[in-house]
Write a protein that binds this ligand. Sequence first.
Ligand code: HEM
Length: 450
Amino acid sequence: MTDFPVKVTPASAPLGAIKSFLAVQENVLNVLPEMAFRQPMVSGRFAHMGWHMVMEPTALRRVMRDNLANYPKSSVTTNILRPAIGDSILLAEGADWRKQHRAAVPVFTPRNIGRLAPYMVRAAQGAVKRIGTTNTRPVNLHDEMVRATFDVISDVTFSGEQGLDRAVVHKSIEDYMAGAARMSFFDLLALPNWVPRPHRIFGSHVVKHMHHLADQAIDDRQNAEPNTIPDLMDLLIDTSDPETGEKLTDLEVRNNLLTFIVAGHETTALALAWACYLVAHDTRVQDKGRAEIAEVTHGAQPDEEHVADLKYVRMIIDEALRLYPPAAFVSRTAQADDVLAGRTINKGDTVMLPFYALHRNHVLWDRPDDFIPERFEDRDQIERFSYMPFGDGPRICIGMRFALQEAIIILASLLQAYEFTPVQGKDPKPVMVLTLRPEGGVWLNARALS
Ligand code: HEM
């Protein structure tokens, strides 16, 4: 029987260039050496380039907040995503990022996010219903969660577009990601774009089609009657930079809308899929979560009004995000010499922020590989830059509140309706390509509770 919770077996020492190259094709997390789980920093060189893995909270604070301008995002993610989502808020830097960020912040106010809860409740109930139709057959919760979170994100971005074929949009995005998102060791080290990438196959026709669909939807919306409750598209079209009054251009609206779809749905699906895997293996946690849900909702459908009181459900999600952070590894390029945790960083060095190793670092966490939601009972006890599933500093995930509200509503709805148990011999394997996925799926038995 596989160990619970499943984890990546780290290499005993940093791999050499060729071995790293091969290992990372299969799973980016294969480059993490055992030392990354026990030490504050691991450094090395690849050809002429220096690289550093940072797992030390004060150094991370410097990279992500105090000396942010020195550490723009490296070309790892930008190379993969730019053809699809352009220089949206996720990829832009400097003044361009600041302008888009100022305009996007009002879109994600608690009031706006709260008003989108009905879409989350509807998607949760859709998932509950679909799982019910499987009778006693095992169900792949990963697929179910991707479907549910895609329902949410397409409802809150293109809610009025009756003519828009969601299946087509979803397929375009999945095809694009499947083709383009194979990260290579070259990307990881941020080698320049002209160095050919073995796995880089940009599906340009797919991207063009996706852009066309989005432009059409935005155009239709600009000419339509306003929605009574503004969705993310309405909010993006209407918002403006509070400092200059400047609105987002049509291209910026399109890029950011596609960014929300790409950055928002799979990540949240992964948080939910891993949370389901974890609770299925731990009856105590599952029962405790269910008892809280009953006490808070009194049998009603979990909704926005319950979110703040579903504290234990939130802890399960926090712990799932610690053990399996969907964005498990991000990377920056130093623009000038600097010092991190007493170590010299040279201009041009790649600075990797492996959240997967940070969240399991023995210096920072007690029993780091165990599933213990209670560790989030007292959040003040958690050192800020030791836990970063959503990043931190000015570039922190703008959709965090949205994602947490959605994850709480969906997980609570599932636990209210079903008791989950694992399917023997079907444990997922944590594999990171662009995000940390449960390879093989999260296959669970779901027993209806009413
Ligand atoms: C559990 C779900 C999610 C996780 C784990 C997650 C994780 C992250 C992380 C780690 C970053 C920072 C990346 C970096 O510093 O390099 C980020 C940024 C971002 N995320 Fe999320 N995210 C999630 C959900 C969402 C949702 C639902 C949306 C939108 C609806 C979203 C939109 C964004 C955007 C636009 C940025 C860029 C922010 C900026 O650079 O100013 N994310 N996310």
